[in-house]
Design a protein around this ligand. Structure first.
Ligand SMILES: Cc1cc2nc3c(=O)[nH]c(=O)nc-3n(C[C@H](O)[C@H](O)[C@H](O)COP(=O)(O)OP(=O)(O)OC[C@H]3O[C@@H](n4cnc5c(N)ncnc54)[C@H](O)[C@@H]3O)c2cc1C
Length: 286
């Protein structure tokens, strides 16, 4: 199918983009890397009257580091994240996740902001943001507000973004001393969306884990902070018993969605096995 008719504008400034959003509301869509937008238009899943191309807005670009925080602009391409020395040094969880995000062609155009705003439940970056306690900066003509990643994702492709808001950037605390990250996912083919995956971030002292943050993706309608599983590992020396306790607690955190790709029971099993292995790796990495 072909996309429905639409008008197209390419504002040069954030202010102009926000004015257009305020004027057109739900009739408009932001156009970033177009990797997901164009298929949805071609399949007529979305029929906006206006596409607002944000690719020329410099304020949305770049990756930087200041005062222990990494700023990732909404227009940072996946390929930029993959190649960034700042991400490799300060956000090793994201560095580990990036090779799993789609394929080279998609990574060359797809953007960080597009992935977060789209909120695909099987996408890697939203789950990384949840595990790393990222904060998103949203802008509209009404002003700016910040939303923690844990409360940003509301459901299947649903987020805290209002119709007139644009995601400007993420602010993510850099890896602090004594902290480690681990990322694992299961997909049928490399580059496919995951059937289940886990992002782990914690302070590791010998075998003792603290400030444990587990975020699961692919199995639910959104990236999910696994609170009970994180608590089950908190302050305890990693062992077979603790691993079993974490897996059991994850069964309470998750209520996986089954599909023809994998049943709910399979996704839960995958999430439990991946979480156990990811925590094993994190403790052994020392
Ligand atoms: C074949 C294929 C395989 C893929 N595999 C994976 C994968 O394995 N893992 C994965 O995570 N992703 C995958 N993707 C998705 C891809 O990674 C892109 O990140 C994703 O499509 C969205 O980014 P984009 O920049 O292309 O956004 P667009 O397609 O331009 O926009 C997506 C949506 O977000 C909105 N939007 C974009 N930017 C903003 C903003 N700054 N503020 C507010 N709203 C905004 C748009 O209006 C639109 O609704 C795949 C895509 C394809 C085509």
């Amino acid at each position: 199918m072909k996309a429905p008719r639409f008008s197209y504008v390419r504002p040069e400034s954030l202010g102009s983009a926000l004015e257009l959003l305020a004027e057109h509301g739900d009739e408009a869509r932001i156009l970033a890397g177009v990797q997901s937008l164009m298929p949805t238009l071609n399949m007529r899943l979305s029929e906006p009257r206006l596409l607002i191309d944000i690719n020329r807005i410099d304020a949305l670009k770049g990756i930087s580091f200041e005062d222990g925080t990494v700023r990732i602009g909404a227009l940072a391409r996946h390929a930029e994240l993959l190649a960034s020395p700042l991400v490799a040094e300060h956000l090793p969880l994201i560095a580990a996740a990036m090779p799993h995000v789609a394929h080279v062609a998609v990574r060359n155009r797809g953007t960080f902001g597009g992935s977060i705003a789209l909120a695909d439940p099987a996408a890697e970056l939203p789950a990384c943001a949840v595990a790393l306690d990222a904060t998103f900066v949203l802008a509209s003509l009404r002003g700016r507000r910040t939303v923690p990643a844990r409360s940003f994702f509301h459901g299947l492709y649903e987020t805290a973004l209002a119709e007139d808001e644009l995601l400007v950037e993420a602010r993510i605390p850099a890896l602090a001393a004594g902290y480690r990250s681990s990322f694992l996912e299961f997909a049928r083919r490399h580059g496919d969306f995951a059937l289940a995956g886990v992002c782990c971030h914690a302070h590791v002292d010998g075998a003792v884990l603290s400030d444990v943050r587990l975020a699961c993706f692919g199995s639910e309608d959104r990236p999910l902070f696994a609170g009970a599983a994180s608590a089950a590992a908190e302050g305890r020396a990693w062992s077979g018993d603790v691993k079993q306790a974490v897996k059991a607690a994850l069964g309470g955190d998750l209520d996986p969605i089954g599909s023809f790709h994998a049943s709910a029971a399979t996704r839960l099993h995958l999430a439990q096995v991946l979480t156990g292995r990811a925590l094993d790796r994190m403790v052994r990495a020392g």
